[in-house]
Design a protein around this ligand. Structure first.
Ligand SMILES: Nc1ncnc2c1ncn2[C@@H]1O[C@H](COP(=O)(O)OP(=O)(O)OP(=O)(O)O)[C@@H](O)[C@H]1O
Length: 311
């Protein structure tokens, strides 16, 4: 049996420069039908800038972005109309509108009725409005917010606001959904719910490209993962290939270069850990660390910044 792969998104040679800063450099990325693809990388790696290039918010300095074989016009509303929807890193809901109204806003690219039709409430407009409401309620049902359709968005708990953003994005009937840090600020339970939701979205035939810092979430979820570092695609592969790639580990944890502040101490800690491991192997009891290093065995030597990156 032969299986054919349909490429939904094809970004090739995408470069984005801001003055002297190259935020994204010559990045190629494809997303195929039925796939969930992850985009990871340390803070400032260029992930959001790349998303902005895909969705017409930025016009890439170089490169080309195609959706289902057609080059996309660099205008956000035309990209949405073509079939790509997105959410943002920071929640962007209409706080004083209801949950249902927020989803209806996301629906507008799929309604053709014009201003006069709306003002005069012509039959075509009423029909379109009813169909939109029906679709919006279906989406709220799917996302688990139907019972809160008339709540104001600002009164929703944080996890529900994130879900609502996704429902609003889905309202444009996309073929590809781009999610920018969908679990940021979520507790583990909310993160699991989001994971299930993304699987369900994929099962509805929508391809997904997701940026996230939570590695467990990404590696559980994605068929393929690409890692950006300083604007360049460093590695791309399956979850297990990427998570064991030394370059990715180094990009996240950082490798001290010779002579760097703290490099000497790090080497001493490494030696102490190796000595402890050797003692444990011989005697079966852990060692007590190397005297004179001032670093007890097992002390976490990561800086706060590195810990933040890991999260
Ligand atoms: N509009 C802009 N003008 C100038 N520089 C920008 C602009 N947008 C982003 N940058 C710079 O481009 C680089 C990449 O930023 P970007 O936000 O894309 O990274 P990121 O990988 O999404 O980071 P994070 O994980 O922290 O969200 C950073 O150095 C950032 O300061």
């Amino acid at each position: 049996m032969t299986t054919t792969t349909t490429t939904v998104l094809d970004a090739s040679g995408v470069t984005m420069r801001f003055g002297g800063l190259t935020a994204v450099r010559d990045v190629d990325l494809t997303v195929n039908a039925g796939e969930i693809v992850g985009l990871i990388g340390p803070n400032g790696a260029g992930k959001t800038t790349f998303f902005n290039c895909l969705t017409g918010l930025y016009i890439p300095t170089e490169g080309k972005v195609s959706y289902k074989g057609t080059v996309l016009p660099p205008k956000p509303h035309l990209v949405t109309q073509a079939g790509i929807a997105r959410t943002f890193q920071n929640i962007r809901l209409f706080a004083n509108m209801t949950v249902l109204e927020n989803v209806l806003v996301g629906r507008h690219t799929r309604t053709k009725e014009g201003l006069w039709s709306a003002l005069l409430r012509l039959p075509g407009f009423t029909r379109a409005e009813n169909a939109s409401r029906e679709r919006a309620m279906e989406l709220l049902e799917f996302i688990g917010l139907a019972g809160k359709a008339d709540h104001l968005a600002r009164n929703l708990p944080y996890g529900d606001q994130r879900k609502l953003e996704i429902a609003r994005a889905l309202a444009s009937d996309p073929g590809l959904l781009l999610l920018d840090e969908p679990t940021a600020g979520m507790n583990p339970q909310e993160t699991r719910v989001t994971e299930e939701l993304i699987f369900a979205i994929r099962d509805q035939g929508i391809a997904v490209l997701v940026i996230e810092h939570d590695m467990r979430f990404i590696f559980n979820l994605c068929d393929r993962v690409a890692c950006l570092v300083q604007g360049e695609k460093l590695v791309e592969g399956t979850a297990s290939e990427v998570q064991s790639d030394e370059r990715v580990i180094a990009a996240y944890l950082g490798t001290p270069f010779e002579g760097a502040p703290g490099a000497e101490e790090a080497a001493e800690v490494e030696a102490a850990e190796a000595a402890t491991a050797a003692t444990t192997a011989k005697t079966g009891t852990p060692g007590t660390g190397t005297p004179g290093t001032g670093t007890p065995t097992g002390t976490d030597t990561r800086t706060e910044e590195e810990e933040e990156d890991n999260r």
